[in-house]
Write a protein that binds this ligand. Structure first.
Ligand SMILES: [Zn+2]
Ligand SMILES: [Zn+2]
Length: 446
């Protein structure tokens, strides 16, 4: 059966009716199919179900690699839908499969983790866990991917390929994507798509770009040690506060004097912990921060220079320094770089779901995403999905704010985009229409 029969099946299943003319599509693509996915996702029953899933996860936020209940909820829903999955992948991760379990394989990703912060929004489904909150919308990401799974599974007999559902842990610094990859989550996968909700874009609209979208990032912590003593007798001490202060200033010169002004980079010292008394010079100072860049080379160079500057600048003030890049708990994230061949594909697919004028190009951001690990392994495309109500005057509260709120109207859009990107990829790939990614070799394999 082709996509056309999906519509027939939809009618049988009592879903929203489409006219036969709605169902037609040309050999150039699948115009109209995306809109139908959106209509399905907006049906009250499915939209309410996604809202329920999202609220359940929101009430019970779990930090990176601790998403045990979230993972259990996902598996329970996949079980109810009859979707096979692998678990555990990457500690709490779940990888579901819809379709023939034959090529082409295309993956859709949702992250599951919350943040260690207190929710300040008073509402019925507020976080029940003190000091933990879904402040980045990952609860919505899970709900949208489960919504897409529901739509896709209802049409599984027509999927001539495999849709891989990747529910990953620990996006917030833990590099859960890398762990999922290392454990084979993207085996056979030819392309992967990821969505992030956005509090600055109108609901029903999306934004992304071809090439570098988000920066690569790393973290560092350094202990600068001297010799403490009485604050009034500095000559008998080796003052680590002055040494650490020089270090902070010198680190800023990496960007202002060494980096190419056209190659955006950031070094921020966000942590500076010294003594606790007015009249005591402490033995040591701990500083910490983050560094960002849009190319892997710049990121590695920054990392090397940060270590050199800290150690050598501390030595100028007779202090010793040790530098830790914390890569075990916070791996270096590569830059998030969208595959240029997937860009026009995404534009076509999103346009078909959302209508013309809703798909925007955007400037790169210095934020980072561990989706980049997937993109290092296979062609990938990451984009932002708007949440701002059309009636709203300004933006919503930013992600990672204690006041962050998801506009739940976003959920059907996410589900429909996921479903549409995956089915379109499989369909076009079978027909050899998106062979620029692979040189058409997968057609031969089929
Ligand atoms: Zn976040
Ligand atoms: Zn996030």
């Amino acid at each position: 059966m082709g996509i056309l029969s999906w519509v027939t099946l939809s009618l049988i299943l009592g879903m929203r009716c489409f006219t036969s003319s709605d169902a037609s599509f040309s050999s150039d693509g699948l115009p109209g199919t995306g809109k139908k996915f959106l209509d399905l996702a907006k049906r009250k029953e499915l939209a309410d179900w996604m809202v329920g899933i999202r609220r359940k996860i929101h009430e019970n936020p779990e930090l990176g690699y601790e998403e045990f209940e979230t993972s259990k909820l996902i598996r329970a829903e996949l079980d109810k839908m009859g979707i096979a999955y692998k678990h555990p992948v990457g500690v709490t991760g779940v990888v579901g499969f819809i379709g023939t379990i034959k090529p082409p394989f295309v993956a859709l990703r949702a992250d599951m983790d919350a943040l260690p912060m207190q929710e300040m929004v008073e509402w019925e489904y507020k976080s029940k866990v003190a000091g933990k909150m879904h402040a980045c919308g990952h609860d919505a990401h899970v709900a949208m991917l489960l919504g897409a799974a529901k739509i896709l599974q209802q049409h599984r007999s027509e999927i001539q390929g495999t849709i891989v559902l990747v529910f990953q842990p620990a996006e917030e610094g833990g590099g859960g994507a890398k762990k999922m990859l290392d454990e084979g989550a993207l085996e056979n996968v030819e392309a992967i798509f990821g969505i992030h909700v956005a509090p600055h874009i109108t609901v029903g609209e999306v934004a992304s770009r071809s090439g570098p979208l988000l920066a690569g990032s790393g973290f560092f912590e350094a202990v600068i040690s001297g010799r403490g003593g009485h604050a009034a007798i500095p000559q008998h001490t080796i003052d680590p506060v002055v040494a650490a202060s020089s270090v902070v200033i010198s680190l800023q010169h990496l960007i202002s004097r060494e980096a190419d002004p056209l190659d955006s980079q950031v070094v921020t010292v966000a942590k500076f912990q010294a003594g606790g008394a007015f009249n005591v010079i402490p033995d040591s100072v701990t500083i910490g921060g983050t560094f960002r860049a849009f190319s892997g080379n710049s990121l590695i160079q920054l990392k090397e220079r940060i270590k050199e500057v800290i150690v050598r600048q501390a030595a100028v003030q007779r202090c010793n320094a040790t530098v830790d890049f914390l890569t075990d708990e916070k791996p270096l994230f590569p830059p998030t770089v969208n595959n240029p061949d997937l860009h026009p594909f995404f534009q076509r697919a999103a346009d078909d779901v959302l209508g013309t004028g809703k798909v925007h190009d955007m400037q790169p951001l210095m934020g980072s995403e561990d989706f980049s690990f997937y993109q290092d392994a296979v062609p990938g495309y990451f984009f932002f999905l708007g949440m701002v109500p059309e009636s709203s005057q300004g933006n919503l509260e930013t992600v990672h704010s204690q006041y962050f709120q998801v506009n739940e109207d976003v959920l059907p859009y996410g589900a429909a985009l996921h479903a549409s990107l995956a089915t379109r990829f499989i369909l076009e790939h079978q027909k050899g229409k998106s062979d620029s990614l692979t040189g058409g070799r997968h057609r031969d394999e089929l």
